[in-house]
Ligand binder design. Structure first.
Ligand code: CLF
Ligand code: SF4
Length: 297
């Protein structure tokens, strides 16, 4: 049901499988992997794999040009009528590849104007792109925010690259958190719905995420999605190699419960791949490789 949401917000979330728990049973999303580069390094990422911002690390996607991506969206939309949302979530950071990302959105808004556009970013470059995001009618933006304390951030991010320069340590984390929170404020001021993803890393930011929750709630975030660190050495994560464990299901639920307040907590995230297609938890990406799409056309 619509709960207590204002009608204009309900209109934006009712068909979005990530923003509405109810919608995820009925509506599908797809991702196109058009964004290979990244502008930061997370300790839980290995650049060979999809971005763990949003997406499950560990599976290499087929990289697409914006034109290939637009053709794929049309092919999927004609096969899966419940497909309501197109997201760009990697495999790197979409805003570290702004030309490819916005070209893709532009092509899709022309060929499939009914499809809602969704973007997921680490937030470093967000303040520079908020006006473009608004201009392209992107209604949903996810920012991955794992800390608001640069001392904690320095344990998660070894470096960032911004304004032609590499920053490390606390200085890097300070810039990142400033850009993330400013970007969030700028988006919510423009009426763009924002979801915050946080990766729960036991012993690093698990207790701190309650503070993150307060900070993003006060800046108008619509939904908070706390996801477990996927820690597996085969993913090549620094944490994984160092024996960093992910949280147990009970630890994750306890943290989500302690954050549950006026802001909704997302509990149905399936940590999708950067090229995921279908209902959440369903992966039909293998049906829509570039070769198969050429056969369909
Ligand atoms: Fe994709 Fe992300 Fe948009 Fe959804 S996924 S860009 S908001 S359309 Fe959804 Fe997947 Fe969880 Fe992301 S279940 S990983 S929250
Ligand atoms: Fe990897 Fe994503 Fe972090 Fe970039 S933002 S380093 S792609 S997990």
């Amino acid at each position: 049901g619509s709960g207590d949401l204002p009608p204009e917000i309900w209109e934006k979330v009712k068909n979005h499988p990530c923003y509405s728990e109810e919608a995820h049973h009925h509506y599908a999303r797809m991702h196109v992997a058009v964004a290979p580069a990244c502008n930061i390094q997370c300790n839980y990422c290995n650049r060979k794999y999809d971005c763990a911002n949003e997406s499950r690390p560990g599976v290499v996607s087929e990289k697409l040009t914006p034109e290939q991506a637009a053709r794929k969206v049309l092919a999927v939309a004609s096969t899966i009528p419940q497909m309501t949302v197109l997201g760009i979530a990697g495999p790197g950071d979409p805003l570290a590849n702004p030309a490819k990302t916005f070209k893709t959105f532009e092509l899709i808004s022309k060929t499939a104007p009914d499809i809602k556009l969704c973007l997921s970013t680490n937030g470093l470059a967000l303040p520079d792109h908020v006006d473009t995001i608004a201009r392209y009618n992107i209604d949903h933006v996810t920012i991955t925010i794992n800390m608001i304390d640069p001392e904690i951030g320095a344990q998660i991010y070894p470096w960032i690259f911004w304004n032609h320069k590499r920053y490390t340590g606390v200085e890097a984390a300070k810039l990142l958190t400033e850009h993330q929170l400013r970007g969030l404020e700028m988006l919510t001021e423009r009426g763009i719905l924002c979801k915050i993803n946080s990766v729960m890393i036991p012993g690093i930011n698990d207790k701190h995420l309650v503070e993150v929750n307060k900070a993003v709630k006060s800046r108008g975030a619509f939904l908070h999605n706390i996801m477990p660190l996927i820690s597996a050495p085969e993913h090549g994560t620094v944490f994984g190699l160092n024996g960093q464990r992910g949280p147990s299901a009970q630890e994750l639920k306890a943290l989500q419960d302690s954050c549950e307040g006026e802001m909704n907590m997302m509990r149905h995230c399936r940590q999708c791949r950067a090229d995921a297609v279908g209902l959440l938890g369903e992966d039909r990406s293998a049906e829509f490789t570039t070769d198969k799409i050429m056969e369909m056309e």
